[in-house]
Design a protein around this ligand. Structure first.
Ligand code: ADP
Ligand code: MG
Length: 229
């Protein structure tokens, strides 16, 4: 049985739910992290792909920033904010990651409906819907060395944290840890989906770039809910 780290008590400044402003802050923080790490994301895509993951996602997240300041500026619920961001990613990113990340955000937004704010349980349900969207579109399962290997454990951890009554910030922090471990778990795997799968066994030994991006996405959520972004 693995030891479960106790959830941090809700710190001063931490949020217990994601409202529209926090959803914007989440996507802003994700965009900032992608901008900072675009080189690393592209480097990860070099040996097993076509060296464009950082470029693709950076283009998409900058478009999300612009959309949220422009056409999406009137979004008043976290669901609307995420859905608008997802549509923007789908329409601006040509690589596999645009439709996949875009679908994830659209589905998460749809799952939140028109609720003014999402607590830990609602966030868990939203990220579960995001995962189902990614799997429905890309057909990957855990262990195929894709973004699913980071997203699935993050969702499971978020669900567990919500079930034990953790606040949204603590739940997101636990999920971010799981996403990071999930991304790291792709290193020894042989890719079975996406461009990396074309390499067959030679795809092993590399961290999947999309899984790293999921780690950044969930990490950004934790930072925003903790009040540290
Ligand atoms: P492309 O592969 O079109 O160049 P990117 O480089 O932007 O697109 O994104 C690659 C990432 O997309 C991979 O690291 C992987 O995580 C994810 N990916 C690709 N195909 C799939 C799939 N079928 N299911 C889930 N994730 C996938
Ligand atoms: Mg690529």
């Amino acid at each position: 049985m693995s030891a479960v780290a106790p959830d941090a008590p809700t710190a001063p400044g931490a949020l217990d739910a994601l409202d529209a402003a926090a959803a914007r802050a989440w996507l802003e923080r994700f965009a900032a992290l992608v901008a900072e790490r675009a080189g690393e994301l592209t480097d990860l895509d070099r040996p097993i792909g076509d060296s464009d993951h950082g470029v693709n996602l950076h283009r998409g997240t900058e478009a999300v920033r612009a959309a949220l300041a422009g056409p999406g500026a009137g979004a008043t619920t976290p669901g609307e904010v995420l859905a608008a961001a997802g549509r923007t990613l789908v329409s601006t990113v040509g690589g596999a990651s645009g439709p996949l990340f875009g679908t994830a955000l659209r589905r998460a937004g749809k799952a939140l409906g028109d609720a003014p704010a999402a607590d830990a349980a609602a966030l868990a349900a939203a990220l579960r819907a995001a995962l189902e969207g990614v799997v429905g579109l890309g057909g990957a399962s855990a262990g195929d060395a894709t973004m699913v290997d980071a997203l699935e454990p993050a969702v499971v951890e978020l669900e567990r944290a919500a079930a034990r009554g953790a606040g949204a910030a603590a739940a997101a922090r636990a999920a971010a840890g799981a996403a990071g471990a999930g991304a790291a778990s792709t290193v020894p795997l042989v890719a079975r989906k996406g461009r990396a799968s074309y390499l067959g066994p030679r795809s092993a030994g590399h961290l999947d770039p999309g899984a790293r991006s999921v780690e950044l996405l969930v990490g950004a959520l934790a930072e925003v809910l903790e009040g540290s972004a």
